[in-house]
Design a protein around this ligand. Structure first.
Ligand SMILES: Cc1ncc(COP(=O)(O)O)c(C=O)c1O
Length: 447
């Protein structure tokens, strides 16, 4: 939509289409629908969204919240993770996946990543053994299916069972991804999804936890029942997001990056728009907006996006295939690299990615170039590739990693990847021509 002045951007409200913007606009003028459903609505949209997820994933419980991080807070509560317990998770993660652990007084233990940017089972075993030998109490493993590429689920599940640890699936990036035909989010004991502004589907903020385990499911329900709705002010901020992004901010970035940055900065300052990550979260604190109920208005936005999930993901795969074909001799595309090592050889599936059906929330490539310089040069061509997943083992890059309890040097591969990654956009508003522009830029960079 809005091709005139539209730049290529990885993360400025990437999923929104015309109908999403109009829906947000309509809701903006119906404040009575923001928090709770109306009696005239036969089924509350939050319940409908939960039912859609149950059907889609084939799970018994699906409980909605106002973000993925709220869903993770509910999960940790339902698993009775307490002060001093350890949760093992991959480095090269987002601070919003770590803060709920810190908030309970539990300890995040970072595990290094493999070639697909997912948790490495070998380092996982090492870290568990180290914890046990040190007399500490590992309680759960959290895997991330990073950027929509399914992790080494079978191996990790085996390690979890052998060590009597819960397995949590962080599916913030992987709604619709499958392994051996089975959806991510149905392998572990419990999983959560995010409908954040640049996730697979988006209601600006929103999330959901799923499980087949009755005890955990009832715990999640109890946690949800104890929550309040977010304020009308907060909901209003989220409704403005797709509207302003599409009709003002993206076109401003289309003029130049300074204008875009200034305009978005003003909207943040005036609190008309929310930020994806609040300032205090970079220092290990949870803002008052979490955890909360998923408000009615955001559930309506989420449902509208959910209807488009398969089309969105098919598009992402097509764009990813194009990048993979075009960039193989220039950059290191991660999917290909995993296959080249025979990781998926045992699968008889004719699919290009073997046993995995990834959904490529982003298409990551690695490079020896200075990525800050590459991003700067891209910005000059109105190609905005900086999604914040860079520089640091816990992103965004200005996160205080000491507060995240991350010990520098503890996950060398994650630290190296953070310095050499470039994420390419795959979302529904990236056309084949856009993808060609990205590829041409990368192929000719430095010429
Ligand atoms: C890997 C990962 N986990 C969890 C989250 C938290 O999701 P949300 O933004 O919906 O709270 C995010 C997104 O910010 C994420 O990238």
């Amino acid at each position: 939509m809005m091709n005139f002045f539209r730049p290529i951007s990885i993360s400025l409200s990437p999923n929104t289409e015309k109908d999403d913007v109009f829906l947000a606009l309509k809701l903006l003028f119906q404040p009575w629908r923001w928090q709770k459903e109306q009696p005239s609505e036969s089924r509350p949209p939050t319940v409908e969204l939960e039912e859609e997820f149950k059907r889609y994933l084939g799970v018994k419980y699906a409980i909605s919240f106002n973000s993925g991080r709220s869903a993770l807070m509910a999960i940790l509560d339902a698993l009775e993770i307490k002060n001093g317990d350890e949760v093992l998770l991959q480095a090269f993660t987002c601070n919003s996946a770590v803060n709920p652990i810190l908030e309970r007084g539990a300890k995040p233990v970072y595990v290094d990543i493999d070639d697909t940017l997912n948790l490495d089972p070998v380092d996982l075993k090492r870290k568990i053994t180290h914890s046990i030998n040190s007399g500490r109490a590992p309680k759960a493993i959290m895997i991330q299916h990073n950027f929509g590429w399914p992790a080494k689920i079978e191996e990790i599940l085996k390690i979890a069972r052998e060590n009597n640890l819960y397995l949590i699936e962080d599916c913030a990036h992987s709604l619709g991804a499958k392994y051996e035909g089975r959806p991510c989010g149905t392998f572990g004991d419990v999983a959560f999804f995010s409908f954040g502004r640049d996730k697979i589907i988006s209601s600006v903020f929103g999330g959901l936890a799923v499980t087949n385990n009755e005890k955990i499911g009832e715990g999640l329900k109890r946690f949800q029942a104890g929550l309040f709705f977010p304020s009308s002010f907060w909901i209003c901020q989220q409704l403005w997001h797709p509207i302003l992004m599409n009709y003002l901010i993206l076109p401003a970035y289309g003029v130049n990056s300074t204008l875009g940055r200034v305009i978005i900065g003003v909207f943040h300052k005036l609190l008309i728009l929310s930020k994806a990550v609040y300032k205090k979260e970079k220092k290990g604190k949870i803002p008052q907006h979490f955890p909360k109920f998923l408000p009615n208005a955001l559930a309506i936005l989420g449902l509208n996006q959910f209807k488009k999930l398969e089309r969105f993901n098919e598009h992402r795969r097509e764009i990813a295939k194009f990048y993979e074909r075009e960039l193989i001799n220039f950059y290191l595309p991660l999917a290909t690299r995993a296959l080249a090592k025979g990781e998926d050889e045992r699968s008889s599936s004719p699919k290009p990615w073997g046993a995995r059906q990834p959904i490529f929330m982003r298409y990551p490539v690695l490079t020896n170039l200075n990525t800050s310089d590459v991003l700067k040069a891209a910005r000059k061509r109105k190609i905005y590739l900086d999604d914040g997943w860079r520089k640091s083992p816990v992103v965004p890059p200005d996160t205080d990693i000491e507060k995240m309890q991350y010990l520098l040097g503890s996950c060398p591969r994650a630290e190296k990847v953070a310095k050499s990654i470039l994420n390419l956009p795959t979302h529904i508003n990236i056309s084949q021509d856009d993808a060609k522009r990205v590829v041409n830029f990368l192929k000719t960079y430095g010429d």
